[in-house]
Design a protein around this ligand. Structure first.
Ligand SMILES: N[C@@H](CCOP(=O)(O)O)C(=O)O
Length: 443
């Protein structure tokens, strides 16, 4: 099986890009995002769910990634070793990796914070960095990774780079001064590592996204056959926020794992298309949301995807009324969600339209030029079939945190980001009749 990659905007010849090319390019050369040329359809594969149900987390990650990386690029033994190295038991403080807690009112919380930096980003970042490290070594090519963070991507990335300890792999992280939690700032700035540099900038959460995108597109940062593979030496830049296809691909594993554990808990037959499990996600750049949506597109019985955002709520405004209109970032108590450029919406639109590249290209070029895109009634309805959202103020978040603590079996204490998702679930009324999974994991 050969898996190739193309741009959401159609500016790449259909299947021009290998996984390695796409991973190192970050953005596609036409400014779009990379997607696999085809998504495997899980439900056609006999016994897939029973095989998956019996796998450990690293085995599942391997099996999912195997569907997206051709064996001619990374053979089985090397891909297995990358997954084992990314998820060793001693780096995660729970043997089951993602415990699911029942906190009452038919709400279950999938805890994604048991990794080295206590945040769900460990799951996405560690394999991506180990994949990059593998290719850098294969090609003897130095790479500098670029990251902009509102608090959680950065620490997971620097710790993963430090653990990889590959002299060819260094990282430069940018964070908005005074706008990430103190704990996460310390995680970023106190790591003594030859591989890591950290800088703060004045501005809002995602103000560095454009400069990084321009740097990546204008420098020789990967690309078809000019990437880490073929070029004649020199340093490459590679962006590893979730516009990089490696991130949603790896993060897709989380939702398959959570789906399987929830199906088990609820006594559903795994893979049963008539018993969908709804999920609620605190949502920033939509990387995790895209992972979940791609798993759903592949046939995993995930029901509706509910998004909880704070008052930086472009995601809510587009899902609620079709207005993908960028605004200035406001400070909140759930800093990691302070995002007004959720770049992965482009991938969501791509899948929503059944892969209509010219439509996506037109929409995203309007967005790039004017920072405003308005979906018409038809597309809004289609979007609302799969997604619903709520915008949550700091007060509503604090109330949800307090109420969950007071009403749950063991005084369950959420972090502010999970509390945004819990408040969204309440606001949207999804507790009463549905099974809900929210996630947790920022400090
Ligand atoms: N909270 C995030 C926002 C961007 O995340 P990413 O998933 O695109 O890396 C952060 O830490 O920056």
């Amino acid at each position: 099986m050969q898996q190739r990659y193309k741009s959401t905007r159609g500016g790449t010849a259909q299947d021009d890009y290998s996984f390695e090319d796409a991973l190192f390019s970050g953005y596609a050369p036409d400014g779009g995002l990379f997607v696999p040329v085809s998504l495997p359809s899980i439900n056609r594969e006999k016994d897939q769910y029973s095989l998956w149900s019996n796998m450990t987390f690293p085995e599942l990650a391997y099996d999912v990634l195997r569907k997206f990386i051709s064996p001619t690029e990374i053979d089985d033994a090397n891909l297995k070793s990358i997954c084992d190295k990314s998820f060793p038991l001693d780096a995660f403080d729970e043997e089951c990796y993602i415990p699911i807690k029942d906190v009452g009112s038919s709400l279950h919380i999938a805890e994604l914070f048991h990794g080295p930096t206590f945040c769900f980003k460990d799951f996405g970042m560690r394999p991506v960095i180990n994949l990059l490290s593998y290719f850098a070594e294969l090609r003897s090519r130095p790479i500098t990774l670029l990251v902009s963070t509102t608090g959680d991507t950065g620490p997971a990335a620097v710790h993963a780079v430090n653990d990889a300890s590959n002299p060819l792999l260094t990282i430069l992280v940018h964070y908005p001064h005074g706008q990430i939690s103190d704990f996460q700032r310390k995680q970023l700035t106190t790591l003594q590592s030859n591989y890591v540099k950290v800088a703060s900038f004045e501005g809002g959460g995602d103000d560095m996204d454009w400069p990084i995108k321009e740097t990546l597109l204008s420098s020789k940062s990967g690309g078809k056959d000019s990437g880490v593979g073929a070029a004649e030496g020199g340093r490459l830049f590679c962006g590893i926020n979730s516009y990089n296809i490696g991130r949603p691909l790896v993060q897709m594993t989380l939702f398959i794992w959570i789906y399987l554990r929830m199906a088990e808990k609820l006594g559903l037959s795994p893979g049963d298309e008539n018993s969908l499990i709804d999920m609620v996600l605190p949502t920033g750049a939509m990387g995790n949301l895209t992972g979940a949506y791609m798993a759903k597109q592949m046939g995993v019985p995930i029901g509706k995807l509910y998004c909880g955002v704070n008052i930086n709520d472009i995601t809510h405004r587009v899902i609620d009324r079709g207005e993908f209109h960028q605004q200035k970032i406001e400070k909140t108590l759930s800093e990691a969600l302070n995002v007004e450029v959720p770049y992965n919406f482009e991938r969501i639109l791509f899948y929503l339209t059944g892969g209509n590249e010219s439509l996506v290209k037109g929409w995203m070029e309007t967005m790039d030029k004017t920072q405003q895109l308005t979906l018409n009634e038809l597309w809004l309805k289609r979007l609302q079939q799969d997604f619903q959202s709520a915008s949550i103020t700091d007060d509503e978040m604090c109330n949800a945190l307090r109420e969950t603590y007071e009403s749950s079996f063991e005084h369950y204490l959420c972090d502010p980001h999970t509390a945004v998702a819990v408040a969204a679930a309440k606001k949207l009324g999804v507790f009463v009749s549905m099974k809900v999974v929210a996630e947790e994991g920022h400090i």
